[in-house]
Ligand binder design. Sequence first.
Ligand SMILES: [Zn+2]
Length: 119
Amino acid sequence: MNENVCKHCGQVVMPGMRCDCPGAQMEKRTEMQKVKAHEAINVLFGEQCKADGYEPVSEEELRALKKLSDYVAERKLISASALLGGDVKAKFVRGSEGRVKIERSESKKSQTEIGYWSN
Ligand SMILES: [Zn+2]
């Protein structure tokens, strides 16, 4: 396979250059979006979330979330949600203008039960 042929339009491109057809431009935007989404996931779910009073999720969970956000950015999924340890929920939604929305939520519940004694 010749690497210098654009896989979107079949046009021959110079080595090290990128084709500027719509398909190639879309791919470039998607790649940028994936990188930005990974950064956002690090902020919301990684070590950096401690600053906002959240508990970071595991490395493995971070990897899984990035994979899910890739699928949404690549338009393979319209939305994706995941339930992580500690009741942490992650949601990825592709919205208008191709934006990917990333949401973290967790059900923080405090509960106690007080019994009663009849004696
Ligand atoms: Zn092209």
